[in-house]
Design a protein around this ligand. Structure first.
Ligand SMILES: [Zn+2]
Ligand SMILES: [Zn+2]
Ligand SMILES: [Zn+2]
Length: 144
């Protein structure tokens, strides 16, 4: 048994859920497609290859469960789809997304870059910043 399965099993147990092949397959798909920001339908398509009997509603519920367990993060890039990505827990704050308005490509910015802004917000508004979701819309290098 690998560590991802162990983590999933432990988290499910905490919530009183069992590890099922469907839940395992759903997490595998999101984990195996890091940086691709798959939407619910795309994830469903991949999970179906392993679990042909699974329905879209089950995948949808499983993704919500995985999000509650903080194994995946939901991202909304304003393109009408709900997308998910594996939660790396490497850093506390979510990375930023650059969205090309010509080809739809999504580029990840791993650096936070907002430290100074966060500090100013904390000082000015006495508001402790815990996380943020930043999207930049523009044109990628291939399209410009
Ligand atoms: Zn930050
Ligand atoms: Zn582009
Ligand atoms: Zn991302």
């Amino acid at each position: 048994m690998d560590s991802l399965t162990d983590i999933l099993k432990d988290k499910l147990k905490e919530k009183g859920f069992k590890l099922t092949p469907q839940r395992r397959a759903t997490l595998d798909v999101v984990f195996g497609n890091k940086g691709k920001h798959l939407n619910t339908e795309e994830i469903y398509g991949f999970v179906k290859e392993k679990c042909p009997e699974i329905g879209l509603a089950t995948v949808y519920r499983t993704l919500q469960l995985l999000e509650e367990m903080e194994l995946v993060s939901k991202i909304n890039l304003d393109d009408g789809c709900i997308r998910y990505e594996f939660n790396t827990h490497d850093d506390d704050h979510q990375h930023h997304h650059l969205i090309c308005q010509s080809c739809g490509k999504i580029i990840e910015v791993e650096l936070d870059l907002l430290d100074q802004l966060e500090q100013e917000i904390e000082n000015t508004y006495k508001f402790k910043v815990i996380d943020h979701k930043v999207k930049f819309f523009g044109i990628c290098s291939k399209c410009s």
